[in-house]
Design a protein around this ligand. Structure first.
Ligand SMILES: *[C@@H]1O[C@H](CO)[C@@H](O)[C@H](O)[C@H]1NC(C)=O
Length: 284
């Protein structure tokens, strides 16, 4: 492993400075979503035709010179990060995200590849260049209402001047239809120094399936489907050495998405899992 997350420990004390206080959402459950805000667009004509967030991933692609458009999502970084700085930046990104969400009372948990990397050693895979988190539907409404475009500054150990992160909410979050293929990402937590970001997707009640008798059905606009009991009640754990929430049936969810092999195969992406150190070591 080419970095140490421990240099960023003690974050919780440092993190509170920039957070302003907003009333927490009262008893956020799936049942308390304000239905008036959410729209189930049925006709194609009402599905947004433009994409709010690009799927651009800073580490993988060089930036066009002078590219600074909001819509393109990489207005902050002038150049891509060197490879060996990606994981430490991602680590700080998830640590700051989890701390802010916890301190404002916004429910979030890790999913997909990030959940799989947690399963192995509670750390980001050394080859990953993105992170996946989910939030519940009441949370996306809460964030849109009080936190859109808010800057959050963190003094991070070893980072001169600290780093500022931006929380940006896709205005199309009110469109609940899976037909909105261009706006499957509901929000982003963006590191303004590097342009790296975390994609945030909202998990919603699947009204269609519920009407057909599947009373626990949940969906995301990215076409992932779950049962309420697969996610809730969330479990408490640690990821990158900070508290994190984990979906209830994590093994079942991981096997569904990646196959049972993904939980036993110690040879992965040019790395080998060392059982003693619990670290993915790069193979020569
Ligand atoms: C958040 O703010 C940006 C910039 O002003 C805006 O484009 C976007 O529509 C806002 N999102 C919501 C959910 O209001």
């Amino acid at each position: 492993m080419r970095f140490s997350a421990s240099s960023l420990l003690g974050l919780s004390g440092l993190l509170s400075a920039s957070v302003f206080v907003v009333a927490q959402p009262a008893d956020s459950t799936f049942m308390s979503v304000r239905e008036s805000v959410a729209k189930d667009y049925e006709s194609e004509g009402e599905i947004p035709r433009t994409k709010y967030f690009s799927e651009y991933h800073p580490p993988a692609i060089s930036l066009p010179r002078g590219a600074r458009s909001w819509q393109w999502g990489f207005c902050f970084a002038d150049k891509p990060l060197p490879d060996d700085e990606v994981t430490p930046h991602l680590s700080a990104l998830i640590q700051t995200y989890l701390s802010i969400m916890s301190s404002i009372g916004a429910e979030t948990w890790i999913m997909h590849g990030t959940l799989l990397s947690w399963w192995w050693n509670q750390k980001i895979f050394p080859w990953d260049n993105d992170l996946d988190v989910q939030i519940s539907e009441p949370t996306i409404h809460f964030l849109a209402e009080y936190y859109n475009m808010t800057d959050h500054h963190f003094d991070l150990p070893g980072v001169d001047g600290g780093r500022t992160y931006l929380l940006e909410i896709n205005p199309n979050y009110v469109v609940r239809s899976e037909k909105d293929r261009l706006n499957v990402i509901d929000a982003r937590w963006i590191d303004k120094s590097s342009g790296l970001f975390i994609d945030i997707t909202a998990v919603r009640k699947d009204e269609g399936k519920r009407q057909r008798g599947d009373s626990e059905a949940l969906m995301c606009k990215d076409r992932h489907h779950y049962q309420e009991s697969q996610i809730f009640p969330l479990r408490e754990s640690y990821f990158e050495e900070v508290p994190v929430k984990i979906p209830y049936s994590y093994v079942e969810l991981l096997e569904e998405e990646y196959g049972a092999n993904s939980l036993t195969n110690k040879d992965f992406q040019g790395h080998k899992f060392n059982e003693d150190t619990k670290i993915w070591e790069q193979m020569k």
